[in-house]
Design a protein around this ligand. Sequence first.
Ligand SMILES: [Zn+2]
Length: 75
Amino acid sequence: MEHIDDHNLERYYLGMVHGRETIQIEKHLFWCEECVKRAYEAQDYVDAIRAAIIKGDFDLDWLERNAARESKRRR
Ligand SMILES: [Zn+2]
């Protein structure tokens, strides 16, 4: 199986993944250290966006300010 992409790791963390897809992702995370590491990064990223939205300072600038991190993450 291919690695899980960042978008799906974010969806997984947000509880947007269901059924068969959940099983596939969890099976993969069970043995793939690299994806587990990236799953942690996805969590941090999603949490950071949510925190910014709740505080009311989420806007396009926020995405830009975090773009450096994002591009590093996406490779
Ligand atoms: Zn993987």
